[in-house]
Design a protein around this ligand. Structure first.
Ligand code: DQA
Length: 139
């Protein structure tokens, strides 16, 4: 199967920003580990990242050919109705991901406008949140 891992705003700074929250590994390093884990299982993964809300919507519009999308929209999670509508507009299943446990942080992070239109949500397991979300498509 073929999957898309899509990262949103500020995620390109993973490994540099708030290391105590998001870890010291870069997004490229994390993506390489995800690709190798999934390759061993016989699956292919494409990766994309954007800080731009409309670009993430476009990437979701183009994701119909995938068997599933794993989306960490970053802070857009908490207020982007545009990304919410983009997810609702495509038939590909989308699993929402967060590296941190957003429920143990600031109040504004507890609300996601995306969860109601996602297949499910994985959060709080650091970089392994991505792997766990991908695994959900293999069950
Ligand atoms: C995040 C959590 C969001 O609240 C935050 O804005 C991020 C990263 C996470 O992976 O834990 O940028 O999505």
């Amino acid at each position: 199967m073929k999957f898309l891992v899509l990262n949103g705003v500020n995620l390109a700074l993973t490994g540099k920003r708030e290391k105590g929250v998001y870890g010291a590994e870069s997004l490229e390093e994390i993506n390489a580990q995800i690709a190798s884990y999934m390759k061993k299982k016989g699956h292919e993964v494409d990766f994309a990242q954007s800080d731009i809300e409309g670009e993430l919507c476009r990437l979701l519009h183009g994701a119909e050919g995938y068997d599933g999308v794993v989306l960490n929209a970053g802070a857009f999670t908490h207020y982007s109705y545009a990304i919410r509508d983009a997810i609702a507009s495509v038939s590909v299943p989308v699993v929402e991901v967060h590296m941190s446990n957003v429920h143990a942080r600031e109040e504004f992070r507890r609300n996601s406008v995306l969860t109601p239109v996602c297949k499910g949500e994985v959060l709080g397991f650091g970089k392994n949140s991505y792997i766990l979300a991908l695994e959900s498509f293999l069950l």
